[in-house]
Every structure is written in C-alpha cells, then in structure tokens.
Design a protein around this ligand. Sequence first.
Ligand code: F6R
Length: 609
Amino acid sequence: MCGIVGYVGPQACADILVDGLRRLEYRGYDSAGLAVFDGKRTGVVRAVGKLQNLVTALKEKPLPGSLGIGHTRWATHGRPTEVNAHPHCSGEIALVHNGIIENHIELKRHLAEEGVKFASDTDTEIVAHLIHREAKTGDDLLGAVRRALGHVHGAYAVAVMDARQPDRIVVAKNASPLVIGFGEGEMFCASDIPAILPYTKRMLPLEEGEIGVLTESGLELYTLDGKRVDRQPKTITWSASQAEKGGFKHFMLKEINEQPRAIEDTIRGRVDLAAGDVIESELGIDAETAKSLKRVYFIACGTSHHATLYGRFLMEHIAKVPSQTELASEFIGRDPVVGEGDLVVAVSQSGETLDTLAALKVAKEKGARILAVANVIDSAIPRAAHGAFYTHAGPEIGVASTKCFTTQLAAMVLLAVFLGRRRGTLEKERAQEILQNFVEIPNQMRTVLALDDIIRDLARPLAQAKSALFLGRGVSYPIAVEGALKLKEISYIHAEGYAAGEMKHGPIALIDADMPVIAVMPDDKAYEKIASNVQEAKAREGHVLAVATRHNADIGGIAHNAIYVPKVDPVLSPFVTALPLQLLSYFVADFKGTDVDQPRNLAKTVTVE
Ligand code: F6R
C-alpha cells in the first residue's frame, strides 16, 4: 500500500526518488508523483498508471533540485486520478502520506468551514491543509507538523517539505511504516528498506508516534509529544530481494504475517464502539433498504467464495436475513431467481475476476442491488456495482490469497453488523460486544503467528502425504475448505475440505493410516459434534491434527496433535483458526520445495471464463 521516498542532500534527486519508487513497485500502486524544491519553489509532477508515465511527464517538466519527496499511491480514498495522486500541496507545503486518516470527514468539514478549497478527494490533502494552517503561525515545520498531527486519528507515515525551510524534510509515523536512511552528507526516507538500499545500508525504522527532521547533517528524532529520542541506525545486511520480502523467505509468508495489520487497516475508521455500529458511507445501502431486504446472495470464486461462506453464516446469525452463496461460474450457468429486494454481494480480491463480474451483471440486469467487496479500488467489479466496500489488505503478491482472505472475512463481519443494526436484529449491547472483541482480534492473530515453529514441526510429516482431509462445522466449515484449497494449490497435495457432519456420508471410506485429518474445532457449540466425527476418523487409523482452543482440555485424548488458538468470541474464531492452516500449507510447500509464491498453472487475476 503506497510507497514513500524522500531525499535531502547535495545530489539532484528526481532520479533517486523515481529509482526508489521503482523498488517499491511490489507494494502495488495506481499513480505516482514527485515534489522537488528547485531553489526558489517546489515543483510537482504526477501521473496516473505506471512509473513510466511519471518518467515521461518528468521529461516534459523536469524537476531540478536536491530536496524532494516521491510517492506511489494505492488508492483508498478517491479514485486513481492525477489530482488524487500525491504529493498534495497547500501553500508552500508539499506532503506525501501512506495510511488512512480515520477522522477525515470531520476534519474536512472544519477546514471547509474555514474556507479551505479542496483539489482532490483524498484524506491526505486534508493533512497538507492542516500543516499549512499550523505553519502560518510562523513556527518551524517540525512544530507545524506536530500540531497538525495532533488533530489526526488514524494511520500515517508522512514526509513533508516547506519551500520556506528548504533544507529539511519532516517525517512522522503512526501505524504505517517509515524507515530513515543515513548517507554521507545526505539523508533518505522510505516506506521500506529496498527503496534506498542501493544508496545506504545504515537504516533506522521509525517507531510508533515518532517525528523527525532530516537535513544533510542527519536526523533529529522526537516523540510526538516533544521528547528527544536517541536511537542509532543499524546496518542492513539483506540482499535487495530479501529486503523486498521484509526478510521473509517468500511473499506468502510475509503476507501471512501482515494479517493483523491488514485487519486493523480494514477496521480502522469503520466501527463506532460507543454506538455499537459500523460507520460505512460507501455501501450504498440505506436503513430502509437494509430493513426490506428479502435475501442476500453472495457471488465469488475460489478463496473469495470461502470468505462468503462465512458471510452467509454471519448474515443468518446476526442480520437474520435468508442468505445463500454461489460460485460465480455456476450462478451464470443457471437461471438464478434473483431480483428486486435482493442484495447481491460480489466478493473479489482483484476486483477483476471475469466469472464474478459476469454473475454481477446478470444479477444487476434482474434488478438486484449490487455491493462489491474488493481489495483494488476502482477495479471492474466495484465499478459495476451500486456500492463498494474496500478491504485494506494492501497488494498481495503471493498468488495464494492469505491477507486478502482474512480481510474479506473482516468485511463480512462489518457488513453483518451494519445490516443487523439497521434491521433491528442485533441489539446494541451485543453489537458493542462483537465489535469490541473484533478490534482485539489482530492481537489474538499475533499470538497465533508466534506459533510458527510448532506449526513448522507439524508440517514436516504432512509433506509426505498424498492426500489430506480438512473438517469443520458451522463457522469453521469455511476455514476447513479454505485450508484444503491452500494446501492443494501451493503444495500440490490433494486435499478435500468437508463439512464434518458429511464425513460419514462418503469420505470416511478414504480414511486409513495414510490419510491425515485436520479438524478445525475451536470452542463453540459445534465442538462436541466435531469431536465425535474426529473420534470416528481416529477409530479408522486416521492421523488427526486439531486446530483447537487450549480451553478444551480433552483434546489430547481426541487428536494426535493440536495447534492451540486463543479463545475468542465464537463468531470470530475464523480469524484465529485460518492462520495455522495457512502456515501449515506454507511450511508443507516449502519442505516440498514448490514455487510457493507462483504455484504452477495459477494466476493472481483470473480474467478468463
Ligand atoms: C486462491 C485464490 C483464488 C482466488 C480466485 C478469485 O488462493 O486466490 O482462488 O480467490 O481466483 O479471485 P478474486 O478474489 O480476485 O476474485
């Protein structure tokens, strides 16, 4: 999600900034821009699309100068257009930002009341105006940025220039990454190490709530409340490709580990804990529509389809509306009975999947209201829908979806609470409880990720298997089918995901000592039932690995091995049970030496039928 690069020093910096942005391309972007101070004023060039478009624009309008900031934008607020691209300016201030400003609506209203005119639809431009307003009081840039950020809630990494103080860049960080590079008589900042690794190996990642001033002579670092910080840079020994993966062996492993952050970003600014409600202006569903809904249809493919199975569970459980999930390719192959009064939720990480788009069009023609859940702003599926809800997973490079999947699960929770509150099926107190537990989920996910060594050991024998059976019930059924898909797509081991209750209606015939059984059985009302299904598998010599809650002390007598996840609100357990299965598949594939990030025959965006 968004890339930042900044430079202050003796060299002409436009090429350094573009080069840095190129090394951040893996983060995904849809527009890019630079601001460079030329000795008199700050020039800005921005372009939509690939960096090459920015390079072409820079040929027409070169930006000489040795103080500059650059940005690649992954659109979240406002379409990917030139006016929405960064840097954003207000008076002498130029700013680049990575993150999401939660209270942007309120801040924008205040600024508009003060007469500020906005050039873009972005949350970022608001911060530029806030800094400009503070800088008018004559204080230095550091003080102005600090005071402006005092009004801002949300996630940000910013780099700010002021043409009246052209020897410095002010940087600050809260929840979005920013690293400082120390050169000889020159300083850099960037969203990630690879951007500036060719120029310096001495780096200092900023910590939460830090603000600093970069000048040719170094970094002055403070906390946002003004205390001086004294930390020294470290020498980075990673290669450029290791640095791109954040030191992880594969993008998939990096993305698995990014999930707590991705969920935080997807929730940020969308829940009102005091009201027990979900704030969402992009859904395009008013209270009347929510109340009169006849049915919710989910359409999706692959992993996104598995997220919708959870969506159906929540829709019935929380919003009490009849719901069904449809594989998009099957939906278009039939003559589905769908129309006015139905809400069709099309879920797609890429936002471009042809089958999902075709299904959406069929439903739209028949008069249904369409809501898209997508990770790529302004992609085909949200464009074709009446409303869009964006997950904020950031770009996913590994072909096997991980963080996009769990952020889709998060979207399902938010949508169900949103509808439940408007339909009067979810009491305020229960909504508050669900949402409070939900905002705590990223930390529970972090404790699961810390089990990676245990999961790696459990994966080793699984790498020898020819086939595996994943079982789940109720809220865990979608996780079982997704667990099986992950294993098969990256390790090429045949795997089936099954509703545990169905086992005795067929798959039990397959069970013997060579068939590992992975049972997703957190502590919920399905526990006793799935425990007996597992006993049935064990009685036929199936080797059982349970993903369970430590609380269930009897699990030792039921399964051969267990991965223990924290106890969470039962409706939210998929967030903690999905992770061990992703890690398990990852380690199995890594033991087998397959191409984890680009499994054979698979594509990240499927634009064919
Ligand atoms: C599997 C995976 C695929 C996609 C499917 C739909 O890990 O990623 O199954 O989920 O191709 O793609 P989107 O979500 O882009 O519509």
